[in-house]
Design a protein around this ligand. Structure first.
Ligand SMILES: NC(=O)c1ccc[n+]([C@@H]2O[C@H](COP(=O)([O-])OP(=O)(O)OC[C@H]3O[C@@H](n4cnc5c(N)ncnc54)[C@H](O)[C@@H]3O)[C@@H](O)[C@H]2O)c1
Length: 567
């Protein structure tokens, strides 16, 4: 059972400044703000009410008699004044944060939280009200226009919380989980020693495709925390695999039955071979025969294989239906379930057929990891190490110290590693959703080598994805060193960390069924979808914690590195 009381205690203990709620009119800043303040035992202020009180006129009258600029001036001074109050909850008017001076004061002196909701929901909530900006024109168009105009101002908030049709009580709880995530991710090492949250929530911010990621123990038993109301009562298709079915899915199906119209389950064979045209077709035919509709919901319950296939099915059936990711392997929890890359393999190369298609939410229940075999833990761990190597040396150092505990399933360490990984992935996906600026490509560190090794091993369980990534990262670190970026000591550090924990680090350790040559691997790399006109692109490390894309690497250099690891 997730205890919101514990969450409240954490927020009260660690947050020493006001919470300022920003967002569009109708999003519930006042109602939710009041509840939040009541739960925290703090005072609630509504900046609009304070203005009305001080001027003695309604907001509508200030707008019509004095004009919007005069109102914004009053708002700026009122908010500045309220910010001096210490811990409290302030609901600011919808446009306040669009004024640079007001925005700066809010950002510097509070924890600013953006409550975000879809335009249809805002239309519903503002209907019949007395909103000056909605007096003229079609409310939907006006709200859309205002949201488009203000989105970048709201996005300055420290926390982005999504209201997908929640009640005020549910939204208040979600906000608490999100504030706690923010505090956790910004806590000092010392604070983190005592701070072991049982549940957290963060948002992948992608305009109208934004979605929450929930992380916690026992979440699957509490759908009220993560299942949006608008998805209730739908025909639901769960995709899962044989290993997960009895352990997790059967019980989960029973939990969903009273909430959904129907809940059907398709059990797939475990393993990479399931990401195939044949299985993809079988999934689509099953759903079509079962009467899938535009408002049906797909839930992926399983590892990255089930998630990638289910996501691709969701992206393509009826030109796209809603789907939720319930990742049950460490690898899928820290990587594949977040970011919207979905797809299947071709016979000769990985992930060649697919789509960018974001889920409606990601639900990471740490309890599902209890039955995960050790080999799968290690496989997922490789992707965790990747985040440290490409973007956060401090996290890599933490892994060097705590990796063993994490792999033994310690909840505190697992929470820390999963939260940090998801946070980084959400950040990268927010900035480069479709891998266009080069930033998201950095997540492929080690993957050009890994994908070639996986293809050579034949997707039959001989080599797991994370195992291939582990070998691939060692090879990519050596490449970085040959190119003059990484010092040998850092290559050794990476190698020692991975091998010390029992991860695979050399090609010669892979039990290929038939021998493979460096030339064959290089040929496969050329087929990789990341290869461009100027040849294979590699992600290299400039140092631990900083990565870059490198094109034009000589085939000779790559071949030497591969052969060295084969000998
Ligand atoms: N979409 C992306 O962005 C992305 C990113 C990284 C990896 N991937 C893909 O993810 C796939 C690998 O994912 P994976 O490592 O999760 O593999 P997987 O889905 O094959 O799962 C690994 C094994 O663990 C079993 N399993 C799953 N959950 C379990 C549980 N809780 N208890 C016991 N057994 C459990 C599965 O049945 C399977 O045998 C690859 O296809 C890879 O290409 C995708």
């Amino acid at each position: 059972m997730i205890e919101i009381e514990h969450c409240l205690e954490d927020v009260k203990k660690l947050l020493k400044k006001p919470i300022v709620l920003v967002g569009m009119m109708g999003v519930g800043k006042t109602t939710v703000g009041r509840q939040l303040a009541a739960k925290l035992g703090w005072t609630f202020y509504d900046s609009d009410d304070e203005i009305v009180r001080s001027v003695g006129k309604s907001i509508s009258d200030i707008f019509s008699e004095d004009g919007e600029p005069a109102f914004r001036d009053l708002e700026r001074t009122t908010i500045k004044h309220l910010l001096a109050n210490g811990p409290c909850v302030i609901s600011s008017g919808g446009g306040g944060i669009t004024i640079p001076e007001t925005a700066q004061a809010i950002k510097e002196r509070s924890l600013c939280l953006w409550i975000d909701a879809s335009v249809p929901l805002l239309v519903e909530r503002t209907a019949g009200g007395d909103r000056p900006l909605l007096k003229h024109g079609d409310p939907e168009e006006v709200l859309q226009m205002l949201l488009d105009k203000r989105r970048s101002s709201y996005a300055q908030a420290h926390v982005h919380a999504l209201d997908d049709g929640l009640t005020p009580e549910e939204m208040t709880n979600r906000i608490l989980l999100q504030i706690r995530e923010y505090l956790y991710s910004h806590a000092t090492e010392k604070e983190k020693e005592e701070f072991v949250p049982d549940a957290l929530c963060m948002t992948v911010s992608l305009s109208d495709r934004s979605y929450p990621i929930f992380i916690g123990s026992g979440l699957l038993k509490e759908p009220e925390l993560w299942l949006p109301h608008e998805l209730h009562g739908r025909d639901t298709f769960i995709l899962t695999d044989y290993n997960v079915r009895e352990r997790i899915t059967d019980q989960f199906q029973e939990i969903l039955k009273p909430i959904m119209k129907s809940v059907s389950v398709m059990e797939l064979a475990p393993g990479e071979q399931t990401k195939s045209f044949e299985r993809y077709q079988a999934v689509l035919e099953w759903m079509i025969e079962s009467g899938v509709k535009r408002d049906s919901l797909i839930i992926a319950v399983g590892g990255g294989v089930v998630g990638d296939l289910a996501g691709f099915a969701a992206a393509t059936i009826l030109r796209g239906i809603d789907f939720i990711q319930v990742p049950t392997t460490l690898l899928s929890q820290v990587d594949s379930s977040v970011g919207g890359k979905t797809g299947i393999n071709s016979k000769s190369a990985k992930n060649m057929i697919g789509a960018f298609y974001q889920p409606r939410s990601v639900v990471i229940d740490l309890d599902t990891l209890m039955t995960l075999p050790k080999r799968e833990w290690l496989s997922g761990y490789a992707e965790i190490v990747k985040y440290g190597l490409i973007a956060d040396e401090g996290f890599f150092e933490w892994l060097e110290e705590h990796g063993l505990l994490m792999l033994s399933g310690e909840t505190a360490e697992a929470m820390r590693a999963i939260e940090t990984s998801c946070h980084m992935k959400a950040e990268i996906v927010h900035k480069d959703e479709r891998e266009e600026s080069g930033l998201r490509a950095l997540l492929n560190f080690g993957h050009t080598f890994a994908h070639a090794l996986e293809a050579a091993a034949g997707y039959d369980g001989t080599l797991l994805h994370g195992e291939a990534v582990s070998v691939g990262m060692v090879l990519a670190a050596r490449l970085s060193q040959r190119l003059g970026y990484l010092v040998q000591d850092d290559v050794n550090r990476i190698y020692n960390h991975l091998s010390g924990l029992g991860l695979m680090t050399e090609i010669r350790n892979i039990p290929f069924k038939k021998p493979v040559t460096a030339d064959e691997l290089i040929e496969t790399m050329h087929k990789d979808k990341k290869a461009g006109v100027d040849g294979i692109k590699f992600i290299v490390l400039r140092r631990i914690g900083s990565a870059a894309v490198e094109a034009g690497v000589s085939t000779e250099t790559v071949k030497n590195i591969l052969e060295e690891s084969m000998r």
